[in-house]
Design a protein around this ligand. Structure first.
Ligand SMILES: *[C@@H]1O[C@H](CO)[C@@H](O)[C@H](O)[C@H]1NC(C)=O
Ligand SMILES: *[C@@H]1O[C@H](CO)[C@@H](O)[C@H](O)[C@H]1NC(C)=O
Ligand SMILES: *[C@@H]1O[C@H](CO)[C@@H](O)[C@H](O)[C@H]1NC(C)=O
Ligand SMILES: *[C@@H]1O[C@H](CO)[C@@H](O)[C@H](O)[C@H]1NC(C)=O
Ligand SMILES: *[C@@H]1O[C@H](CO)[C@@H](O)[C@H](O)[C@H]1NC(C)=O
Ligand SMILES: *[C@@H]1O[C@H](CO)[C@@H](O)[C@H](O)[C@H]1NC(C)=O
Ligand SMILES: *[C@@H]1O[C@H](CO)[C@@H](O)[C@H](O)[C@H]1NC(C)=O
Ligand SMILES: *[C@@H]1O[C@H](CO)[C@@H](O)[C@H](O)[C@H]1NC(C)=O
Ligand SMILES: *[C@@H]1O[C@H](CO)[C@@H](O)[C@H](O)[C@H]1NC(C)=O
Ligand SMILES: *[C@@H]1O[C@H](CO)[C@@H](O)[C@H](O)[C@H]1NC(C)=O
Ligand SMILES: *[C@@H]1O[C@H](CO)[C@@H](O)[C@H](O)[C@H]1NC(C)=O
Length: 869
């Protein structure tokens, strides 16, 4: 017997060491049924009050009215990218759902905010919150109720993932903290935030079947499956979603691709098990647009709202919810209580956030002032659809400008090149495609699918149309005139660069603006189908830099990029004396660059990703279709993302995560660790058991004959309705629905150790240790100062090994010359926890934790440690 036990333990250990040894296991995601209902965990009074009102409303709705709220009216069947059906009898208006993560898509007179990856390089909770509040404010004024922002998936596994600029950082701690601030900022303005895309949506390649078959990948049979082991799922990819849930986010968007062999919007383990049960999520799950791939199965797996309403195909008016949901309740396949929960989950956060839908005053489908109300149906006459309301104000402008300024990262600064010294510089020449607005203007085609000018944002649904963009060239020219510096140069990038060399030789200093772009795979730019084909600069950027530097020992390079880029061709060139880097910074990227170059503002940004010396140091995309047509993407690096991978493999990067120089001399002193509690527990305490709230009795019983189109409705072409044509459609020849394995409709009464409150077990969020130190600015510039704190966990349990160091605290302060400030990092229990696969729960290991504080993930000034016994 003993031998048997030993053998079993060894087998388990082997399985843990390589979670991918059984690859077939990833063709299956564990079942979790039924979808946990809202209100089963204790919440604050505001959630409770909202829930009670929502339950009362739902109890007073007919089945058809409920279905209307769960389903979009179809693509282009309302002013916004998503519009829900109405319940006129109860005064419930259509909800307007609009992209996206950096502003209001398809709208005029709005602010283009810095992208997610750009604001992340400020390492500033406050700036992220202010940006969120400013975005919320503009959305509210345009009549948007639900903004599809923020992004934490993609997290940033791939340096060249097409949409990593929409999110914050591949470090889950940083992404989570910033996502929570974004949610709080947005939702403080009576607009709901949507955290997306849940989960594993790390690359554009093969995310959707039809889309990628359309790109010529004819052998593709299913969307990509992101195969993620249990520990990594919890410690890396789900982690920031929990922060957003804890911040009371109203909605979560599920993703296009599969997760461990099960479609993202139909993954019961993720949506029911992780999100609704463990994280105690009180809002609703909406599909990404057309990410829903099944009807009943998705609903049972936890999907609450179908967007845009059309199901498998764009704009065909054939839903997977809508009248099909009506039908599935009437034919007995879906219990009405599930639909009640879907609607209650939608209405509760609307009430919780005091959202009062107002008619949107813009149209996503036309710039004309008057047009069709139902654009997709070419119906609803000649009404005012665009009121052209300028929603920008001082507050939103400031949030965007402050973010752009604080985002610039100083990578290199030799011979005191920066800030520019006007007494030494009479003329400055400016080079590179990135310096000027492209030939088409700042708005350069549908969804910003362009790359012929300064990079303002990436392309796809995460883009907006800039209203007033000032290019770096124009901003520098304006600024330089104050110092009587003359400006010249050229954007020529291809062919014989001798003119570039001549102009560079003639200048006291040369500034080159280079860039790298990417986007969503709805569009292709220069052969890049969303994801970047390479990590080199676009538009022959390396050669332009080399040409400029060959004739000028005072060459400054400004890189605007959607993610990591390869700088090796010139970074060590002694004539390249200064290098600045920023993500796409929106309206004020040009102005921010000018302010930093001239020293009006000191640079304070830090890299939210690692810049490698060699592209092969990054995790490659899956770009080949296997013979069976089912691409499998095994996340074999586990939790070792970005700097953790470089640290673990002892690879020296060019510039590490967290890196960024200052114009000023910053010193960190007096590091100390203090226990928040005399003893910090190893395991989570048992939370409150779930309780099923009493719900008011439904006032209406669904009747088949009430499910057909009422006589007073003249259906619009391809509009999505909750009605059937005929009651004969209700029953098919099937008598029994093939429920998924493990299906049950009974709410569970068992306590999940990881659950118990909004954001999960409340003990996860308790302070465990405080790390304190001081930071001083010895001058000579007033500046923003970012400090970072990393923790090395005990490494003596082979099953629970972690990356050498993990970010567990960061702070940005504004310090005038001579100022000193105290910094406190609140390290919560969760921040010290690892996911124990055997326990299926979190655990804080006993042993020594080393603490590192400094200026980057490798540049540590002070260290200390604390021990948990
Ligand atoms: C249901 O809503 C109608 C219309 O607003 C209202 O007259 C009625 O009192 C409500 N019934 C309940 C039970 O709330
Ligand atoms: C459903 O919503 C549509 C608008 O999308 C509205 O015309 C219809 O009356 C609503 N149906 C019910 C049952 O409320
Ligand atoms: C009930 O209707 C749904 C939606 O159309 C369908 O998917 C399901 O198979 C039906 N159930 C039965 C038993 O026919
Ligand atoms: C609306 O205007 C923008 C430019 O401001 C343009 O890029 C876009 O294509 C226009 N949309 C339509 C539907 O014409
Ligand atoms: C739309 O209405 C405006 C006045 O409101 C009128 O000038 C215009 O001709 C109308 N257009 C069409 C296509 O009916
Ligand atoms: C710039 O030139 C003007 C006119 O020559 C002069 O009045 C001004 O003082 C100069 N400004 C600076 C900052 O040198
Ligand atoms: C990388 O991609 C860019 C943009 O498509 C392209 O301009 C460049 O030539 C590519 N570089 C290499 C080395 O292929
Ligand atoms: C640096 O610039 C000088 C001209 O000032 C030039 O002679 C030299 O070759 C350049 N060096 C490099 C490495 O390009
Ligand atoms: C990058 O790494 C690959 C694989 O390790 C190696 O073959 C290649 O020579 C390296 N390239 C450079 C420029 O160091
Ligand atoms: C920064 O200031 C500290 C404290 O005054 C000093 O010891 C250090 O030499 C300074 N470093 C630089 C680079 O000026
Ligand atoms: C109702 O009839 C229309 C027109 O024939 C058809 O397009 C639609 O699919 C039908 N709806 C349902 C629920 O079958």
């Amino acid at each position: 017997m003993l031998a048997f036990v030993l053998l079993l333990t060894m087998l388990l250990a082997a399985a843990l060491a390589d979670p991918f040894s059984d690859k077939d296991a990833y063709k299956h995601s564990p079942p979790y049924y039924p979808a946990p209902e809202i209100g089963r965990v204790p919440t604050d009074l505001r959630w409770r009050a909202a829930l009670k009102v929502a339950q009362g409303m739902v109890a007073n709705m007919t089945l058809l009215e409920k279905v209307n709220i769960t389903t979009g009216t179809g693509w282009e069947m309302g002013p916004c990218v998503g519009n829900t059906g109405t319940v006129e009898r109860l005064g419930i208006k259509s909800l307007c759902l609009q992209d996206g993560p950096l502003g209001i898509r398809f709208a005029d007179l709005i602010t283009t905010f810095p992208a997610g990856i750009t604001i992340a390089s400020t390492f500033s909770r406050q700036l992220v919150r202010e940006r969120g509040a400013a975005m919320g404010r503009e959305n509210r004024r345009k009549g948007v109720d639900i903004t599809l922002s923020p992004v934490v998936g993609p997290l940033g596994r791939h340096a060249n993932g097409g949409r990593i600029w929409e999110g914050f950082s591949a470090d889950p701690y940083l992404a989570g903290k910033l996502a929570a601030e974004a949610v709080t900022g947005i939702q403080g303005q009576n607009v709901m935030a949507v955290v997306k895309h849940m989960v594993g949506n790390e690359q554009e390649h093969f995310r959707q079947l039809g889309e990628w078959q359309g790109f010529g990948f004819k052998d593709l049979k299913q969307p990509l499956s992101s195969n993620i082991d249990d520990r990594t799922l919890n410690e890396a990819y789900l982690w920031p979603f929990a922060d957003a849930v804890r911040a009371n986010v109203g909605s979560v968007m599920c993703s296009y691709q599969q997760i461990n062999g099960s479609q993202g919007c139909q993954n019961a383990h993720i949506l029911n098990g992780k999100l609704k049960e463990e994280m105690g999520f009180q809002g609703f799950v909406m599909s990404d647009w057309l990410a829903q791939r099944s009807g009943v199965a998705s609903v049972l797996a936890g999907l609450d709202m179908s967007m845009p309403g059309d199901g498998l195909v764009w704009a065909d008016g054939v839903p997977l919810m809508g009248y099909e949901l009506t039908r599935s309740v009437l034919n007995g396949t879906i219990d009405e209580s599930r639909v009640d929960d879907m609607v209650t989950r939608i209405l509760t956060p609307i009430l919780y956030l005091s959202i009062t839908p107002t008619d949107p005053n813009f149209s996503s489908w036309t710039n004309d002032t008057t047009s069709y109300k139902y654009y997709g149906a070419k119906a609803g006459g000649n009404v005012t659809v665009n009121r052209h309301i300028d929603v920008r104000d001082q507050y939103t402008t400031k949030a965007a400008l402050d973010g752009a300024n604080a985002a610039l990262v100083l990578l290199k600064n030799e011979k005191k090149t920066l800030p520019l010294n006007p007494t030494n510089i009479g003329n400055l020449n400016i080079f590179g495609i990135g310096s000027k607005t492209g030939p088409l203007g700042a708005v350069c085609g549908e969804n910003m699918q362009c790359s012929d000018g300064a990079l303002i944002e990436g392309w796809g649904s995460g883009s907006v149309y800039p209203t007033d963009y000032q290019s770096p060239y124009d901003a520098i020219k304006e600024r330089a005139s104050k110092d009587n510096i003359t400006i010249g140069g050229t954007t020529q990038s291809w062919g014989n660069l001798s003119n570039v060399e001549i102009l560079s030789a003639a200048a006291d200093a040369s500034v080159v603006f280079v860039l790298s772009d990417s986007g969503e795979s709805t569009g292709i730019v220069d052969g890049n189908i969303g994801d970047r084909n390479n990590l080199t600069l676009w538009h022959n950027g390396d050669e332009v830099v080399k040409a400029v530097a060959s004739k000028n020992p005072n060459t400054i390079v400004v890189v605007t990029t959607v993610g990591p880029v390869n700088l090796e061709k010139w970074i060590d060139n002694p004539n390249v004396t200064a290098v600045l880097l920023t993500g796409p910074a929106g309206d004020f990227g040009g102005r921010a660059a000018a302010s930093i170059l001239f020293g009006d503002i000191a640079p304070s940004g830090k890299l939210p990703f690692t810049i490698a010396k060699n592209d092969t140091d990054y995790i490659p995309l899956t770009t080949k279709i296997p013979e069976d047509g089912l691409p499998q993407d095994y996340f074999t690096e586990g939790t070792l993302l970005d700097y953790k991978r470089f640290d673990e493999n002892q690879v020296t990067p060019r510039f590490e995560f967290g890196y960024g120089l200052s114009y000023s001399n910053i010193t960190v002193e007096n590091l100390e660790a203090r226990y928040a509690f005399p003893s910090i527990p190893e395991f989570l305490p048992t939370p409150f058991a779930p309780s099923n709230p009493n719900k008011p009795k439904n006032a209406f019983t669904p009747h088949a004959n009430e499910s057909v189109f009422p006589s007073d409705i003249d259906p619009l072409n391809k509009y999505v309705y909750p009605y059937l044509n005929d009651t004969s459609e209700i029953f098919s020849n099937e008598t029994h629905y093939p429920y998924p394995e493990g299906y049950s409709s009974e709410q569970s009464n068992s306590t999940n150790i990881n659950g118990g409150a909004v954001g999960g077990n409340p003990a996860l969020w308790l302070s465990a240790v405080y790390i304190v130190h001081s930071v001083s600015n010895y001058g000579p510039y007033d500046t923003g100062v970012v400090t970072q704190m990393y923790i090395a966990f005990p490494q003596d349990n082979d099953d629970l090994k972690t990356a050498p160091r993990q970010l567990r605290g960061f702070e940005r302060s504004e310090l005038k010359v001579g100022e000193r400030q105290g910094i406190l990092y609140d390290v919560q229990w969760r921040d010290l926890a690892v996911w124990d696969v055997k326990l299926q729960s979190w655990r804080v290991q006993r042993g020594e934790y080393k603490v590192y504080v400094g200026h980057s993930s490798r540049d540590f000034v002070l260290t200390t440690s604390f021990t948990l016994k």
